[in-house]
Design a protein. Structure first.
Length: 254
């Protein structure tokens, strides 16, 4: 769509709508150096975005009494903001990365009584000394300049707040992840403890079985003693009886 003319892009964006049904219109990245095809028939328009068109002039900008948000960043505008006088209800105006160089270029914005938020980031004027003080002094109706108020507080729903919200969500996600990891570690520890208890019980059972078997074997040995455990005199007598069939004393008498 970047090769489309502004007029062709408007036709494309509104092809299925009646003019009074168009409340938002996004013409970003089409090609135009001036206002082309944009007419006051879109009287219900509340939001208009014309970022990076190559605009050098706002001459012929239509009157949109209900327009509240206008984005014309990344163009080549040096001023001519007086052409916005037909849009008295603009509350948010973004002119970032244009060629606005001095405070006089902003003077026409004084008639926009509802203008509460103005963005001039990356414009030459933003590099000047006391830039914020001068802009707030020139446009007393402003509440926010570049997303920050006079006290340094971020504008609600601004990019700054959005970035902070994303960081908070990341922190919350990390904390939730840590909690889940801790719970899993606790479960693993409990399982390890249970396995250790089972191993100990099994070892105790094996030891008891060994002790019992040892005791039974000891009893058996006590009932049937081994010949080597007999006294020497008795073993000699038994040996004699086995060899002669009679005791030693009978052999001597004969």
């Amino acid at each position: 769509m970047s090769n489309l003319s502004m007029e062709a892009r408007i036709e494309l964006e509104t092809r299925d709508l009646k003019p009074n049904e168009v409340k938002e219109l996004f013409l970003d990245n089409c090609r135009a150096s001036s206002i082309e095809g944009l007419t006051d028939k879109y009287e219900e328009l509340e939001l208009l975005s014309m970022i990076n068109l190559g605009l050098t002039s706002l001459k012929g900008f239509p009157a949109y009494p209900k327009l509240r948000s206008l984005e014309i960043s990344d163009n080549k505008l040096t001023g001519e903001l007086e052409y916005l006088k037909g849009c008295p209800n603009i509350a948010s105006l973004k002119i970032c990365n244009n060629r606005i160089a001095d405070i006089s270029a902003l003077e026409p914005l004084k008639i926009l009584a509802n203008l509460s938020s103005l963005d001039l980031i990356e414009c030459p004027i933003a590099e000047g000394e006391k830039y914020r003080d001068n802009v707030f002094a020139a446009l007393p109706q402003l509440t926010f300049l570049d997303g920050i108020d006079r006290e340094g507080n971020a504008e609600p729903d601004s990019d700054e707040d959005y970035e902070l919200d994303e960081e908070d969500e990341d922190v919350d996600s990390e904390e939730e992840g840590d909690e889940e990891d801790d719970e899993e570690d606790e479960e693993d520890d409990e399982e390890d403890d249970e396995e250790e208890e089972e191993d100990e019980k099994e070892e105790e059972g094996v030891a008891a079985e060994i002790d019992q078997n040892g005791t039974e074997n000891g009893k058996a040995e006590a009932v049937i003693p081994d010949e080597d455990s007999q006294p020497a005199a008795k073993r000699a007598k038994l040996d004699t009886e086995d060899s002669n069939g009679v005791p030693d004393s009978a052999a001597v008498e004969s």
